[in-house]
Design a protein. Sequence first.
Length: 515
Amino acid sequence: MKIILLFITLMLSHATLVLSNNVQVTNTKLVSQNTVDDFVMVQFDISWQNSWRLAGGPANWDAAWIFVKFRVGPGPWTHAFLHNSGHVTCEGLTTSSGLLQPALAFNPTTNPATGVFLFRSEPGTGDVNCQQVKLRWNYGVNLLGDNTQVDIKVFAIEHVYVPSGPFMVGSGGDENGALYTYPTLTNPYVVNSEAAIPVGQTNGNLYYQSFGFSGDQQGPIPTAYPKGTLAYYAMKYEISQLGYIEFLNTLTRTQQATRVRTNISGTSISNRFVMSNTSTPNYRNGVSCRSVIPASPAPVEFASDLDNNSVENGVMDGQYIVCNYLTWTDLTAYLDWASLRPMSELEFEKCARGPVTPLPNEYVWGNHTLNLIQNVSNGQTASEIPSTSYANCTGAPYNNPTRCGMFARANNDRSTSGAGFYGIMDLAGNVLERGVTIGFPEGRSYTGIHGNGTLAADGNTDVTSWPGFQSLGAYVRGGAFLGNPTEFRTSDRAFTAMINPTTYLIGGRGVRTAP
């Protein structure tokens, strides 16, 4: 019988792959090959903590977005195309295949599934620990023969389901550049469909005051721009340093060179902390390579070394700290690679506020209570927490980024966890988040196309319809650890458009239109 020979590649010399705060994938293998229909089942175990599905209130759930990469010999890592059905999971869980473009019918060649969401099938809470999940990989669509030898990696990123429905943008407060219903500054605007939104100084239109980079006050916002009234999934946490490292370690040397700041063209590296381009860690970014690296075109192996002792991926190496120093093109490359997409700024406000009527000048956790972190305990580890139990946001005087989701502690409510309405973490503070603005034509032309899992040869996204490198289409929102606390307010739009600076203040997360 013909079989695919599998060589398991363990990530970062560990038997566990962690791409988010606590999701773990282990025991990956290929089983049950079908050489007639050219598919095989990708089998693995998966676990994560504090899962939920709510019947009331937000009526939502958390999920793991799971996707697969493979490599033939020393060749590049390639995205695996999955089927839209035939997957196997545990009792109490279900899967929903994420088609390349959900608005189109499944076609294994032109519109395959690029991943699946795994989540609870019934209301409940608790940890997930599921053995022998099986995903149907249509390897024939990836143009592989029955006897091809492959390495394979399974990735999982925690997400939160944001239900469909109307919501309000703007709070009726005095946030910089906040959205409102013209002509009344204190009247939020109701987004109730995906229809085009008129913008301008006509009664009932969406409008905003000009402030900094808030926008050109023009419109309309086209129908195709993602408004947030359709259901979507948002990453539960901002991209972590480990998440970015795993991304880098699947790229070619040329692609890697584009996605880090240090010059890695040679074999000797002085500034081995590659995101800050420094010889020692800067602003708690420990993404690094060794001082001696292989000659090109061999790819570089990246790791975490925040304690700067040259012993990589140790317990004190900061893998779970949010990844800062991300440019817009870093973020779009990561999202394309993961078959996600950038978040629109209307989706950002829904993530924070949900469907409830806003309080003027509210923070993303729905009230006016702001308790900034003073310091951390268990610093740089997977269990890093605030040094004081009442902190709910990362900002001054700590002046550094912190672990993703650090404020989501036992018995905390939304306000004390600093969470958005649906349970999405760190929407304010920590790092500024990039997405797509309504404030300029380059942003308004965004149609919400998903990444296809494949990058251009130079390491940039190949999704040409996303705002580009020098575009005014990319916003930053949510404030950062060195920002003004007014920027932590949901509706603050002081820096709605920024092009592509490299700064220690910026990170990001992605979303995906729900299947």
